[in-house]
Design a binder for this molecule. Structure first.
Ligand code: NAD
Ligand code: ZN
Length: 376
């Protein structure tokens, strides 16, 4: 009875009002747990279209020759393609993969499986989309430009933090911009989260990619777009990040919890936005090829003015794990270089609106951004 009267009130409070809330796709199936990679074969089996339609595994080349690769459940004409994550994914790299797959097989694959970090997960999403959509990948960078459903695709993270396993975007460096293919068809059909797969991650990389998650939380929770949906995921993710980076967990526990922090962090920004660190980090990435995790850290350390508590926590975590961030990244840059980075950053309007509100242009000027970049 209470519920009913509450609902009635809601309608009465917003009579005939048009709303435009996003109707957000989520990963429909997820398996979580140490060792669950052995179940991949049984998960894929019902999704196999027929014996001529292979599963294509896009695998981070850090695993080439490893025990993990020997456990990939290959049958019929399934194929593994090793890909380096030394550089972040590019639109023409996606186009090359599409040509290769179309040349190698007469039929569309049964599915694409990405095994690796954000780089491989994003490539798998983009390839799954471009197998059914015409043209080049760069034509789809933006929001809701994808016309046809992608083929079945599975994400298997081997490092935790980006939230790429849950998001509806795949971030690609194109000829003109670094921008995601944001669409309802981007989201994975299946995610397999086996914390054991993250065991070999080097400490520095563990910190940088984990801090991507931490920064997602801080930017979401301190943004003007915040709402109960984002807050609920953001708070949980932040709590897990604190446990992992400041607490006293066993290694097993830390791996499990960071994997769930990444998931929740990704869910949090799905319904809000990131903020200052991400906007500026995109500039660094575009001009200098600085990778996402470390780029966010390089910027975030200088953002105490915007995120005082977040930066204090960040410094504590950095100290506890004895991480030295590189210095002098922007020291040799020309004025023109700074302008390029500033333009990329300022172009990310929704991020600034989230961070600082609709009047953000009064707070953030090119000079202001230059002064922060110069500290990096
Ligand atoms: P990554 O995929 O770039 O990998 C980082 C490094 O870790 C690589 O050298 C890789 O080989 C190594 N690595 C990964 N797993 C390992 C393991 N188990 N053992 C040893 N080494 C391992 O790292 P990332 O930080 O996860 O991803 C960054 C990318 O994610 C960027 O391209 C960024 O744009 C993208 N991203 C996407 C989203 C999204 O929503 N789609 C969100 C954030 C970031
Ligand atoms: Zn990020």
């Amino acid at each position: 009875m209470n519920v009913k009267s509450k609902n009635n009130n809601t309608t009465v409070n917003h009579p005939g009002l048009m709303t435009n809330y996003k109707n957000f796709p989520m990963v429909p199936r997820v398996i979580f747990g140490a060792g669950c990679f052995v179940q991949l074969g049984e998960i894929l089996m019902p999704k196999r279209i027929h014996s001529e339609a292979p599963f294509i595994f896009l695998v981070d080349d850090v695993f080439e020759g490893s025990e993990l690769v020997s456990r990939i459940p290959l049958i019929f004409n399934d194929q593994i393609i090793f890909i380096s994550a030394d550089e972040e994914p590019k639109t023409d790299q996606v186009d090359v993969l599409i040509n290769k797959i179309k040349n190698d097989f007469a039929e569309l694959p049964s599915g694409i499986i990405g095994i690796g970090g954000g780089t491989l997960l994003d490539l798998a999403k983009a390839v799954a989309i471009m197998l059914t959509n015409r043209g080049n990948a760069y034509e789809y960078q933006g929001w809701d430009l994808v016309k046809k459903p992608s083929i079945y695709h599975v994400g298997i993270p081997t490092i935790s933090g980006t939230g790429a396993e849950v998001s509806r975007t795949t971030v690609l460096l194109g000829p003109e911009k670094k921008l995601g293919i944001n669409s309802d068809y981007t989201t994975f059909d299946q995610v397999l989260m086996d914390p054991d797969l993250t065991q070999g991650v080097p400490k520095e990389q563990w910190f940088y990619t984990g801090m991507d998650c931490f920064i997602h939380c801080i930017e979401s929770l301190n943004g003007t777009f915040l709402n109960a949906f984002s807050q609920s995921y953001g708070e949980k993710s932040l709590e897990l990040c604190k446990e992992v980076y400041l607490g006293d967990l066993t290694e097993d526990d830390a791996r499990n919890k960071l994997m769930m922090a990444s998931w929740h962090g990704g869910m949090s920004i799905a319904y809000s936005q990131v903020g200052v660190a991400h906007a500026m980090s995109y500039g660094l990435s575009y001009l200098l090829g600085v990778r996402h995790g470390i780029g966010n850290c390089l910027v975030f350390q200088h953002l105490e003015e915007f995120y005082p508590e977040g930066v204090e926590l960040f410094n504590e975590m950095k100290q506890k794990h004895n991480i030295q961030l590189p210095k002098g990244i922007c020291s040799g840059l020309t004025n023109n270089d700074f302008d390029i980075m500033i333009n990329v950053a300022l172009g990310l309007v929704p991020l600034w609106e989230n961070a600082l509100g609709s009047e953000w242009r009064n707070i953030i000027t090119p000079e202001k951004l230059k002064s922060i970049y110069q500290k990096i």
